[in-house]
Design a protein around this ligand. Sequence first.
Ligand code: PEP
Length: 252
Amino acid sequence: MRKKIVAGNWKMNTTLEAGIKLAKELDASVANANVKPEIGIIIAPPFTHLASIKQVVSEHICLAAQNCADHKSGAYTGEVSAEMLKAVGVNAVIIGHSERRSYYGDTDQVIASKIRLVLDNDMKAIFCCGETLDERNAGNHFAVVKTQMENGIFGFTADELEKIVIAYEPVWAIGTGVTASAEQAQEMHGYIRKLMTEKYGKDVSEACPILYGGSVNAKNAAELFAQPDVDGGLVGGASLDPAGFTEIIKAR
Ligand code: PEP
């Protein structure tokens, strides 16, 4: 059975004080809700919060960063390395989020370099892929995701794939309030798993969690998570509300 995961991407929200409060409230809310221990819960606060939040949440809540540098160390002003993240107790790093791809020019090649550094530092990579609305309307959504997968993760070995979680996030659904239908999500997740099977074989593809992201909330989560190839969610806006995020986790 592959891991079920609900991850919260806080993006560039909360001061340190507000972030610590949010993390503590989520921790208490999850404990009160008796969430099954086998459900993986991940939160991805801003860089500045990671070391402090690590100290205040229980083991059940894993910590992710939202990005890392594409170089190991050195003269890269303003960057944060994978090694630095590992050293403060980070468990996973989101790589290739569409906001990084579109606003900061993260190419597939840069994304692959970042994933290499994340894995080399013994953390998990949450690899994001997904098409824009224009690409979907033109009927290119499968081809776009295939290229992102080939360039982003297909250079890694089957063993390394064990440390990669895929997040399918159609760009048109991120932060828009427009969610992919359960059928659209399943169709793409099934396709991603088929690509994984062709490249790595059934054992690897069946073990790989594929999360859906894009305007997931407490109302639509259960239907999305009920799809056979949707193993959980990567949640943006709705992860900033501890009670609502707990409802999403419970839907998993
Ligand atoms: C995200 O940022 O990964 C995301 C899915 O955002 P939202 O849930 O707000 O659409």
